[in-house]
Design a protein. Sequence first.
Length: 335
Amino acid sequence: MEKIITLGELMLRLTPPDYAKIDQTRSFMANYGGAEANVAVSLAYLGHRCYFISKLPPTDVGDSAIKHLRSHNICTDYIARGSSLMGIYFYESGFGGRPSKVIYNRRHSAFTRIRTTEFDFDEIFKDATWFHVSGITLALGKSVREVTFECLKYCKKYHVPVSFDFNFRSKLWEIDEAREIYKKVVPYVDYLFASYWDANTMMEILPDNENASKEEKTINVMRKLINKYDISAVFMTDRTVYSATENSLKASYITKDNVYHTNDYHFQILDRIGAGDAFASGVIHCLIKDKSNLEHALDFGIVTCVLKHTISGDSSRLKEEDIYDYLKGCKGVVR
């Protein structure tokens, strides 16, 4: 039976209503979110059986977070309870020329106190079919990284495919610290979500020709990364920002032998948070069904990402038919 595992922190999200700034509001809209939880929720709506590894406080807020996950059909058997603090972030929605803003309050949260001794990794991974984690989780401290690497080791033991989203956040850690950890993680990874900057700056892979075009350098650097670490494919998005509420997106994948680009999608934005997680979930959804059809996975992923921008909250609530209906309207894609 299918068993998708993600590892990360679920946070309480507080957002001022009606695009207000934080110093204007006296009440906040409350929701829950976090990169890997967003991926799990999106995959659950796409019909998958998902489990979430995390740690939450044994408080009413922690109970509410558990109920949130269960309401989206996420299995919470692997969530430890302890400590007293819930990670929180404030999201100030941008509008027009004013960009969005995120303020974290998560330094001493329950998740940062997660321990390897709280989990039976054999039980978790012996029948797992996929594992996903991101660089945001790696940024949250030594004990979190210990749990992450234990998960990765057990994925190797049980031959579980691993996807990893670089997701570097400068508000959480410095480049030098992140670079050291990323280089230890990537050897465990089968499918990467990364940018040229990630490969060039974080993994320190240089292009053969600095004067080549952006696309040529990207392909060159990504293929070096793929060959060095035996990665099956790298997926990436390319965003053009016209304003906080109007963007366009296209996506690409690169393998040892192939390169493919999607159409460029122009769209309006209701809520940008979690769009990258939606992209990852769309790609993973298709890879689980058929690892050989990367073009279809990329097309499905970018549409999942684009449509997530029209949904408030951190995670996509789209069903498979929603994605296919949009794809058919755009380019006549048939299941």
